[in-house]
Design a protein around this ligand. Structure first.
Ligand code: PLP
Length: 382
């Protein structure tokens, strides 16, 4: 087997070398507690605030609007949970294609007596702002629609949804985990009230993310305890995670002007190649999609088997979303898009980064094509 071709950037990005280098001292030498008065504590406090400023700059926010969390899941939970106070029934509008961090939180909220509307997408995975608007009620407390889908890569009309939510005076949350660090984000001009992000999706470390809360829209605390994160998310800070997040934000800011333009041609080449496989269907919006996202459904095969065969050949891809790829039921995203039954199990997500080149794409496309054939052949012989 030759080199490993990592094509699963949507599951997690490799931490950038410079990010890791700047983070290493915070694992041992720089061990101060940012709440402590000693000199190393003060140094840690300065580092936390520097990371906060870098994160804020990446999305056009102010530093005091950034709250560090353990990742995207926690940020999503925080917004949804705390938008629905215990003891009263709230109305929330979201989409049927959200990440499980949102969907499963909404399901839990429904069990507590809240009402959640799951707006369906069209066949390209697009959520229409007009469909959201139709469901708005006087007691709607939150609109939560992801910035871009983690499976099929469709980018949603976030600015339009933000403008509409503002008109009705409803807070607007967007799970931007797949977008932050890879595409420009401007929370102010797009009227975003809350935004979730996760460092391991933009070359930082796992277990650290942030929630952006627009000034004046602070939520009740997520965790009670000390005064960390302005008293809203108690607990001693994850110093290596936060320092790495700040460094990753700076790293990405430097790449924003060119990263998407560098990855898109690779994505388009892969799409072109896979389209030639008989019985293949590109999922998601052909134009408004994440720069590195390729998602196909292949008729009559099992996507997990395909991903496993490819893994044996050193090509790392995903059958649908990484965190649900061990489950055998069909993707809720593809089901909501009304993908045909004979395609539903044959999903393959390939997510690309700038470390790859055209030869890698051509090689992987060939291996995918051969393995689709192989699986179909095996099926016929059973
Ligand atoms: N939201 C989206 C869209 C994601 O893709 C992910 C991770 O795959 C998450 C939330 C969860 O983020 P984390 O892994 O930081 O909890």
């Amino acid at each position: 087997m030759g080199k490993m071709l990592y094509m699963d950037y949507a599951a997690t990005t490799p931490p950038a070398a410079e990010v890791v280098q700047k983070t290493l001292p915070w694992l041992r030498e720089k061990f101060g507690n940012p709440s402590a008065v000693c000199q190393n504590g003060q140094e840690a406090r300065k580092a936390v605030e520097e990371a906060r400023r870098s994160a804020a700059k990446l999305i056009g926010a102010d530093a005091d609007e950034i709250f560090f969390t353990s990742g995207g899941t926690e940020a999503d939970n925080w917004v949804l949970e705390r938008s629905c106070p215990h003891g009263c029934s709230s109305h929330i509008i979201t989409s049927a294609i959200e990440h499980h961090a949102v969907i499963n939180t909404c399901k839990a909220l429904e069990k507590r007596g809240n009402k959640v509307i799951y707006v369906g997408p069209d066949d390209k995975g697009r959520i229409s702002p007009r469909d959201i608007e139709r469901h708005i009620r006087k007691d709607t407390r939150l609109i939560s629609v992801m910035f871009a889908n983690n499976e099929v890569g469709t980018i949603q009309p976030v600015a339009e949804i933000g403008a509409m939510a503002k008109e009705y005076g409803i807070p607007f949350h967007t799970d931007a985990v797949q977008v932050v660090g890879h595409l420009p984000v401007d929370v102010k001009s797009w009227n975003i009230t809350y935004l979730s992000a996760s460092a391991h999706k933009f070359y930082g470390l796992k277990g650290c993310g942030f929630l952006y809360c627009k000034k004046g829209f602070e939520l009740p605390p997520l965790l009670y305890g000390g005064a960390q994160e302005n008293g809203l998310r108690a607990g001693t800070e994850n110093m290596p995670g936060i320092v790495a997040l700040g460094e990753a934000a700076k790293f990405c800011a430097g790449r924003l002007p060119w990263e998407a333009a560098a990855v898109k041609p690779l994505r388009n080449l892969m799409i072109e190649q896979l389209k030639m496989i008989p019985g293949s269907h590109l999922m998601g919006d052909p134009q408004r999609r994440l720069p590195g996202n390729v998602h196909f459904c292949f008729e009559g095969i099992d996507g997990r088997s395909l991903a496993l065969l490819l893994q044996q050949e050193g090509i790392c891809v995903s059958a649908g979303a990484a965190c649900s790829s061990s489950q055998s039921e069909a993707s809720h995203v593809l089901s909501a898009m009304h993908v045909q039954k004979d395609c539903l199990q044959g999903a393959l997500r390939i997510s690309l980064g700038t470390e790859l080149n055209r030869q890698d794409i051509m090689y992987a496309a060939r291996r995918i094509s051969e393995n689709v054939e192989r699986l179909r052949h095996m099926d016929q012989n059973i």
